[in-house]
Write a protein that binds this ligand. Structure first.
Ligand code: ZN
Length: 486
């Protein structure tokens, strides 16, 4: 067997030197290439504010920022004297919303298959994902399942230290589930003890939440929930073997994706087993307005279980969605040529197959999310950049807002779901997720009015995180063609 090279041979010494220089740099020196505003005192003048609380937009406002925080908000018409040494930005015609709080995010991308007999693999997008999240207006991102938890944790620390640009990351541990060896990057749980041990270990390494995955058994899920809760951490799930009501009774905090993955209504569902064909059954036979589904919704609400909307990743399996005009102009620029080719070929396969099931599923999921909110449920949003590709960090989060509006929410409600609701779930609503004096200056300036036309959410002019104004163009340009590679 060939001996492994020592680490020093694998990583060029120059990289260590570079890292040391970056770490030693003062303030936000390393971030400068991506910034357009870094004055310590800023005034955003004549802006329309959509504050994230669900309140109607307010016109011609002034936001003052100092030391990374919002210090004052008032009518621009008062013409109060500006703070000393303030840089004033006239943003007439533009809208400011809170930085998005993305709740189903990932820092990896599905590697396109090459050749035959490939294993499913996901490459870590350590360079592109954080920059694209930020460029898309996502200033806080909770990952929902990690392929490389150490990379994710280190990225979080580098971002927090100001060494690299990116959102405030909230890192989950590795997927907790059974995989039968299909995906070699994942750990296969072997017992409830193993689930408990895995949660304890990764909590001690610094992850702040967990994600249970499809084949996890009820006993393993229970152990994972108890051990996460014992440390004050939350746990979400993309479930299959365990139904939603069963998971709520076990104490889960959050469910990903919605009704599309709830198997509890599938005829012949065996306890603790993930059935085949449940999604098609939801599409064909499940009535969202029916008493059992509505009862399930009420049960989730009474157990304070949040649901994360991931419409953007469901949409890509529907023929000819999203519109080619939307992806051709920016997704094609973000992906590697191989990833783009792969995306196009699967997209045309889906269009040719023209199976009505996926469109029906998307429609039912939209109805479920509306009913869940109507019943008082806490709906969160995230883009889930997985599946066969094409859902890009940041862009996918914006698309999710457009789809929430298609689902029947007003643009202001959709923004509330994608900002303040996420902050509430994270227990960080005092600092992020809405626009008010005293909160972090995590703000997205939009060249348009998303309250009138949600598509304007894509017209990001500047993204402020802790008062530093990032240029979305510089961020995206710096990782052009890298999604799928690094
Ligand atoms: Zn996911």
């Amino acid at each position: 067997m060939k001996q492994l090279q020592p680490l020093s041979l694998l990583i060029p010494a120059a990289l260590f030197t570079l890292a040391a220089t970056v770490a030693a740099s003062q303030g936000h020196e390393a971030l400068k290439p991506f910034l357009k505003e870094d004055s310590p005192v800023l005034v955003l003048e004549h802006v329309r504010i959509i504050d994230g609380t669900g309140a109607a937009p307010s016109e011609d406002r002034r936001i003052e920022i100092e030391g990374g925080k919002i210090t004052r908000i008032e009518s621009a018409r008062l013409k109060t004297a500006y703070p000393l040494n303030a840089k004033v930005l006239d943003l007439t015609g533009k809208t400011v919303i809170p930085g998005l709080v993305g709740m189903h995010e990932h820092l990896f991308y599905t590697a396109p298959p090459i050749g035959t007999g490939h294993l499913p693999l996901w490459g870590e997008m350590a360079d592109s994902a954080p920059r694209l999240y930020l460029a898309g207006g996502v200033t806080t991102a909770r990952t929902a399942g990690s392929m490389e938890p150490y990379t994710d944790l280190n990225l979080k620390n580098m971002i927090d230290d100001g060494q690299i640009p990116g959102p405030k990351l909230r890192i989950t541990g590795p997927y907790l589930g059974g995989y039968l060896g299909r995906a070699p990057q994942m750990h296969t749980l072997t017992s409830p003890d193993d689930a408990a041990r895995t949660v304890d270990y990764w909590a001690s390494e610094g992850v702040t939440s967990f994600k249970a995955y499809m084949d996890i058994t009820p006993e393993e899920l229970k152990a994972a929930i108890d051990h996460a809760h014992a440390k004050g951490l939350k746990i979400t799930g993309h479930l299959c073997a365990v139904g939603f009501r069963e998971a709520a009774a076990l104490g889960i905090d959050n469910l990903e994706h919605g009704i599309v993955v709830d198997t509890e209504f599938f005829p012949g569902k065996q306890p603790g087993l993930c059935p085949l064909g449940a999604e098609a059954d939801v599409a064909k036979n499940l009535d969202i307005a029916s008493a059992p589904v509505q009862e399930m919704i009420r049960d989730l609400v009474s157990h304070h279980v949040a649901v994360t909307s991931t419409l953007a990743v469901f949409e890509i399996t529907v023929p000819n969605r999203p519109p080619m005009s939307a992806v051709g102009s920016r997704v094609s620029l973000a992906l590697t040529p191989e990833a783009w080719t792969r995306y196009l070929s699967v997209r045309s396969m889906i269009a040719d197959r023209n199976d009505p099931i996926d469109a029906q599923l998307l429609k039912k999921e939209m109805q479920f999310e509306r009913d869940f909110v109507k019943a008082g449920g806490l709906l969160l949003a995230g883009c889930d950049p997985t599946s066969f590709g094409g859902v890009v960090p940041g862009y996918g989060d914006q698309r999710n807002l457009e789809l929430l509006v298609e689902a029947g929410f007003t643009p202001v409600e959709a923004i509330h779901i994608a900002t303040q609701n996420g902050a509430i779930f994270l227990g960080e609503e005092a600092a992020i997720g809405s626009i008010a004096a005293g909160k972090s200056a995590d703000l997205v300036v939009i060249a348009g009015n998303p309250a009138d036309k949600i598509g304007d959410i894509e017209l990001v002019d500047t993204v402020f995180k802790d008062g530093l104004g990032y240029d979305p163009g510089k961020l995206t340009e710096s990782v052009k063609g890298l999604v799928g590679l690094r």
